[in-house]
Design a protein around this ligand. Sequence first.
Ligand code: NAD
Length: 504
Amino acid sequence: MSSSNQDLPVVGHWIDGKPDSGTADRFGDVFDPATGAVQRQVALANEADVDRAVLAARAAFPAWGGASLAKRHAVMFAFRELLFARADELAAIVTSEHGKTLDDARGEVQRGLEVVEFACGIAHLMKGEASEQISTRVDSASYRQPLGVVAGITPFNFPTMVPMWMFPIALACGNSFILKPSDRDPSASLLLAELLSEAGLPDGVFSVVQGDKDAVNALLVHPEIDAISFVGSTPIARHIYETATAHGKRVQALGGAKNHALVLPDANIEVAADAIASAAFGSAGQRCMAISAAVSVGEETAAALSAAIAERARALTVGPGNVAGTEMGPVITPQARERVASYIEAAAADGADVVVDGRELTVAGAEEGFFIGPSVIDSVTTEMSVYRDEVFGPLLVMLKADSFDSGLDLINANPYGNGAAIFTADGGAAREFRSRVQAGMVGVNVPIPVPMAYFSFGGWKDSLFGDLHVHGREGVLFYTRGKVVTERWPQRAQGVDYGFPTQS
Ligand code: NAD
């Protein structure tokens, strides 16, 4: 955090249908992680900025919430077209502030676009049910109605996809939405806001407030906000859930992860190694569905897998995300790089075997960038900090189990429960894993089992606080509330009945 640097462009807010520079005098630095340079500053909203966005959202809600389904899905269809046309531009913004490769950035825009396409079907998704003649001449019908003003607080690692897990469905359901993106890569949110406006979304229905914990804390207690969707680390997810529910809001707060892959002796080791290396090191390990722990059953499997993954890690091309041929970019900040390095050091001190050490990497011509190479750490045990904590970098820990059951027990004892995967050729073992593993998203020979937009995304245990996952059917439930209407239209007066209503 710093005061304004006059020479740098400032990323501001989007409030009431237009850019807004805010009233605060605090600014954050936005890096280009590939060069290490501060390229922009971001305005950090204060309580008054948040209040302005909330009041605009509240004022816009009655008309938007009451707009026809046809109008709401027409806006979503138009937004989908604009997003499709501007996907490369959006991806380039993501790469410049996040550091991931352009391919990866295009991939996240694509996954977000799929949620927009899902939201285009809102007329169908919000349908209720009806029963005729629940009692003589009495009919009942259920409806889903929007909540009002909802907010989304999102992490740095998917600056377009994670917001799009939330707002397309929230808006299509008829809510106003306020996005508080990560202050590390804030620019993509403004292009999304512009495109929504161009698609015909009325002013005030979608706003962006840039900021840090001050903006978040103002949202959590604001009396005019009905619900909060959060995605980020577990300690903050817990804080969001506890504070916002104490202020009467509906909350879904998705937290951090330690996703395991269980590799059985009958697995094809080359196939498993390809899949696990990609899931561990893609996007520099900064994915909530990254595999960060591989558990091999049996010494032979462990030795073969470790060698195969180490070979892939050594061959990986690390460099700036916008350079063709780069397979892995930098991490987000110098602190993130130091954090990963400190876990490698701790693992070595704890007696683990650092097979590939990411600290040894330098990227020629980009020495100031936040690069750290992929690391493979073998002979890890569950007490070591490198296993216990979410490192959130390109670092894979390898553990051993002597049987399917002990491997599964190890995974289930971990406090996180976002994703888990099994690699095997045995359908029976896969079926048992699928049924017994305590995680919200499970892959069978699939390393990153991120559900499609029409399913719901979310973890178990410390990876999710709240009841409903994001997007899919559960997303529609989260952003709406149910109403059941019971109607009687008697043909003629029938006299007073003082009994409790029952079927007749
Ligand atoms: P983070 O928790 O630091 O930040 C997330 C959001 O919370 C940001 O908007 C940030 O400004 C805000 N925030 C940060 N500190 C705060 C505080 N003290 N009080 C109030 N608000 C605060 O997370 P991050 O570093 O941006 O993202 C990485 C984390 O997100 C990882 O833990 C990753 O596993 C997690 N993540 C989870 C999922 C999932 O689906 N479960 C998806 C993506 C990322």
